[in-house]
Design a protein around this ligand. Sequence first.
Ligand SMILES: C[S@@+](CC[C@H](N)C(=O)[O-])C[C@H]1O[C@@H](n2cnc3c(N)ncnc32)[C@H](O)[C@@H]1O
Length: 198
Amino acid sequence: MNSLKQRAISRGVRQFGHPRGIAGRMAGWVMAHRRVLEIGFGPGVAIAELAHRAGRGHIHGIDHSAVMVRRASRRNRAAVRAGRVELVQSSVDRLPRFDEPFDAILTVNSLGFWAEPVNRLRDLRRLLRPGGRIALVTQPRCPGATRDTTARAAQELQDLLTQAGFGQMRVETLELDPPVACVLATNPATAGGDDQPA
Ligand SMILES: C[S@@+](CC[C@H](N)C(=O)[O-])C[C@H]1O[C@@H](n2cnc3c(N)ncnc32)[C@H](O)[C@@H]1O
């Protein structure tokens, strides 16, 4: 990960520590959930913020990189030991089995690397409880990226989520350079529906 990206992510994630404005609303949204799964956690910065604020909640994370699992595990050593955080090396293509559905799923700058993202989002929807929510966060990485680039990326994410069966979408924006979009959506399936896990 380059240092510019690291700085942008750190700035974004730091907002979780001082919730205000749009960032405050995002932090409030994520922190309101008890059982959260992050896909592609990288160095584990967001995991640490979530764990810090989760109270009695439980944070799970998967990343397919052994290096990232080691780094994130080091960063979150105390919470892992306390059993509040579980980090697993796994690809989103081969999701581990989880005992209970999640209240929320989060992914930051990772979906762009996934093969068949619509299918992967469908799989993730099956891990959510009815009414559970997903947050797809993106900050475009291409040179010269602008507010328009972010808006187009957010629209693409909404299209993917629609194809995967999510509803009630809305977009929150973090005013970084370029802006960060957080696309929030809900799993509309009712309990007992075909798409829910057994
Ligand atoms: C650009 S980094 C973002 C890391 C972190 N979310 C952040 O914002 O700092 C993308 C992360 O997604 C992970 N990743 C990419 N494809 C994945 C996949 N198919 N399954 C699981 N993790 C994946 C990478 O290993 C990497 O840690």
